[in-house]
Design a protein around this ligand. Structure first.
Ligand code: E4P
Length: 217
């Protein structure tokens, strides 16, 4: 399963990409609003670091605007994936932009029916938001299970990009279900590394090594 970083922060991306576990980046207007500097330059820099898919979201809400913006975003770098919201215009824009050979991520997906439509119009990625579903008392991971099952029944090429992840359990469940990708905030990636027994085990190994060294002197 691929791991994407859900951020527009170049420093965070640099730090985690250096470890070798980041396959791509997703951004959205809320994440980019936290960053300073020129939008295009930031996106270009993110693409340079990641060398994988980098989602850049359109702001336009009607079809023509989405197409204009999507084509423009795609000129930033070959790794740019145009992100469109799941609306009627967004689905139509996905069909057109995908037909032109651009990669499209259909975002703000909250139902299996929406995911089915996104696949039908050739989305490269579909982004179901699991954390936001959990927030309103619906099981977000149940939706992932449904989408993975539906996509397996047909020769769709759309990859399931599990979004709005909040903790490692989301990531592990997604991997067990066979989702293609999880996008995570840096905090969740940090949590994936942690286990108290690893820390305790390492501390004890080093202590025992020091004791043995001291005894040999
Ligand atoms: C995905 O592409 C979105 O940017 C993101 O995962 C949304 O996460 P949130 O619900 O934590 O804002």
């Amino acid at each position: 399963m691929k791991l994407f970083l859900d951020t527009g922060n170049v420093k965070e991306i640099e730090q985690l990409a250096a470890i070798g576990i980041i396959d791509g980046v997703t951004t959205n207007p809320s994440l980019m609003a936290k960053e300073t500097g020129d939008y295009r330059k930031t996106m270009k820099e993110i693409c340079r670091i990641v060398q994988g898919p980098v989602s850049a979201e359109v702001i336009a809400t009607e079809f023509e605007g989405m197409i204009r913006e999507g084509r423009d975003l795609a000129t930033i770098d070959e790794h740019i994936v145009v992100k469109v919201p799941f609306t009627r215009d967004g689905v139509r824009a996905c069909k057109t932009l995908s037909g032109e050979g651009l990669k499209v991520n259909v975002t703000l997906v909250f139902s299996a029916a929406q995911a089915l439509l996104a696949a039908k119009v050739g989305a490269t990625f579909v982004s179901p938001f699991v954390g936001r579903l959990d927030d309103v008392g619906q099981d977000g991971m149940q939706l992932i299970q449904e989408i993975v099952e539906i996509y397996r029944n047909y020769p769709f090429h759309t990859e399931v990009l599990v979004a709005s992840t909040r903790h490692p359990i989301h990531i592990v469940q997604a991997a067990k279900m066979g989702a293609d990708i999880c996008t995570c905030p840096a905090k969740v990636i940090d949590q994936l590394f942690k286990h108290p027994l690893t820390d305790i085990g390492l501390t004890n190994f080093l202590k025992d090594h020091e004791k043995a060294q001291a005894a040999r002197v």
